[in-house]
Design a protein around this ligand. Sequence first.
Ligand SMILES: [Mn+2]
Length: 335
Amino acid sequence: MGIAELLNLKDKKVLVISHRGADVDALASAAIVRLLLLGKNYVEIGVPEHLNNSAKRLAETMEIPYSLTPDFSFFDTLVIVDLNSYGMLGSFAEKVKNFSGNIFLFDHHSKGKDKIAKEEDSIIVEDAASTTEVLWRFLSANAQDKLNEKIALLTACGIIADTAHFSFASKNTFKVMAEVFEKTDKTLSELIELFSVKRELSERIALLKAAQRTKLFRVNKLLIVLSEIGAFESQSAAALIHLGADVAFVGTAEDHNIRVSGRARFSLIQEYNLDLAKDIFHKLSDFFEGEGGGHATAAAFTGKASSTDQVLHKCLELLIAKIKEKESKLEVKEY
Ligand SMILES: [Mn+2]
C-alpha cells in the first residue's frame, strides 16, 4: 500500500487512535489526521481509557471530537498515532490486533518489538520531537497544499507540549516551528494558551510528596532517585530532574497494577549512550509481567509485580549496568 496512499483515501470509514492517557501530542496528531481525511471519508477519533487534562483542554479550544468507546466493527481503516506498542493501547490492544482492514501508523517513540502496521504503512522517526512534527514533515514532502492554519496550530501544540517548551527540541523542530508561524498570526504564548490548565492542588501535593519520599543514590558523579506516590508519577519524575537528579524513577501502585515512570537528564544520552526506553523500560518485561516503552529521556512501564519497590530497584540495577559499560570503576553510595 505505502503510507502516502493515506492521502488518497476516499469513501472509507477511518478510526484514528492515540495511546491510553492521550497527551497533547497524541490528540493533536489524531486531530491532524482527522482534518486531512475529513470530507472524503467518515472519520472518528478513538482514545483508550482517558486523556490528560491538557489534552482535554485542547479538545475544547480546537473543537476536537473524540470517543472513548468506538465501535471497531464499523470501521475499515485504522490510523494509529503517537505509539508503536500494543501496551500503549490499553483496552484497545486486542481490537487492534484483530483488526482486518488497513492500518497506518505515525510515531516518534523508540521502536519496540511490536509491528502494529506494515513497514511500508508506518513512519517512525525516533529523533522527532513530537508525532505532530512527523506528520508535518510527511505533509511537507507529500501534500504541501494541506498545510493550513489549523494543522499548523495543532502541530505547534504537539511540539511545545512534548518538548516541555523546547527543552528537548530536535534538529528540525525549529524549522517546523518557523513554517508554523508563517501560517498563523498567533504568538507563542497564545499557542501555549490553547492547552494550558492550572495545576490542581492534588498534583502539587503529589509532586512535593514524591520529593519528600525519595531514596537517593550516587553512582560516581550521577545522582539517581527512586520514589513512590499515589498518582502523577511522570510529572513527579520530571520535577525531580528539575530539582537536581540526573535520573529519576517514580512508581505508583493500584492493587497489584504498577506504573513506573522514568526521566533522565538530556546530557546523559550522549555521555553514556543511554536510552531509557531501550536500556531499561523495554527490558522490564523480562522480569515482570507487563510492558514498557517511550523515549531516550522519558519512558514508562505498566505491569504487575509484588511491590513497586521491586520494579524501582530493577530500574536502578539496569541503569547501573548501563553506566558500567562506560566507567570501569563504580562507586555506589546510598544517602
Ligand atoms: Mn508524543
